[in-house]
Design a protein around this ligand. Sequence first.
Ligand code: SF4
Length: 393
Amino acid sequence: MTTQETRNESGAIDPLGMTSGAFVRAAGESGVGADAARRAYQSVFREGAREVVFGRRGVVPVVHAPIVRELEEETGEGVIRKFVQRLPGVSAPGPGASRDIPHFDIESVLIPMIGRRGVKSHTLCVSSQVGCAMGCGFCETAQMGLVRSLTASEIVGQWWAATHERGATVKNVVFMGMGEPMDNVEAVIDAIAVLTDHNGPSIPMANIMVSTVGKIDGLRRLCEQMRAPGWHKLGIAISINAPNDRVRSQIMPINRATPMAELRDAIAAIPHVGTHKKLCFGYVLIPGVNDREEQAAELAEYLRPFTVSGSDDGTHKGMLNLIPYNPRRDSPWPAPDEAHVDRFLGWVRERGVYAKRRRTKGRDTMAACGQLGTEEIRKRKFVGVRIDQPPAG
Ligand code: SF4
């Protein structure tokens, strides 16, 4: 957890990576009173202050990665905006000669929503890594490999840029951008602690969702965290995408290490799983791969302990989110046709699964699920480069 002060690469205090408690403690060591420190922290998150006065340390700038590129797409509910922030690069030692990586790009997506009273707000989809090591066959980001994990400050910096540089009202945050959050679980936990801080962004825990392919060690660590007060409301989305091990291992290499039976045990261990309304299963429907009726039946059977509707009190446990496949670049599979998506939805519902289909937003800007990825980096094949000391945003 973010209980200690964090610093950026120049050694300065880095409020975007700290809870208010950690910030106030660090400020106290520099001779700043708790009230003044709390106000300074609030000004960074609520007003977008770009610097804070920090006692003996003088003026501390709020360092965040600049937005260098944006793509927009019109939808019925407003404009979907993908924005790219740029982090400084490094010189990474390699066999023979070192390779210069000029910069790292992080991608985030702002998805508009219109509420019941016509009030506009946004869901912010954040990245937790640059690239991803998981190699899912249907995913654009997988083509890049893992470049590096983001720090908590860099994750929170995506919220800060969306809110204070683009004026968005962010109601929900979903960890569904580039990267596997459970492959960077400590930074993700720290980022959530900041995002939910009442003196900071103050996003309700129930409005945050972490999506994972089911990387077991990370999931277990998150479950442990979810026993802390308030954390049980955190949403968890498991990317299932297949009815059985044969299909899942073909499209998701993680399944070869952790077969579906083991994954099911890990899901069953999520705190409050029996009543958890924020448990969600993602199923990317891919023509010719996982879209037949018998596969719907097999999937329903697998999900039965978690998603069956119609319990006595009328509540459901978890939900299946059916996602029509968005073809990545050079995809071997097409998108499913609309009628077939509805048929598949009917098949799982008939078998008692509480299921919805996700409306596809952002396909043209390559901002839809599984399509985040930077073509430039993808071509460079920086697979497996890990940086121990990441440059801060
Ligand atoms: S779907 Fe998620 S976990 Fe799989 S490769 Fe893409 S970003 Fe990584």
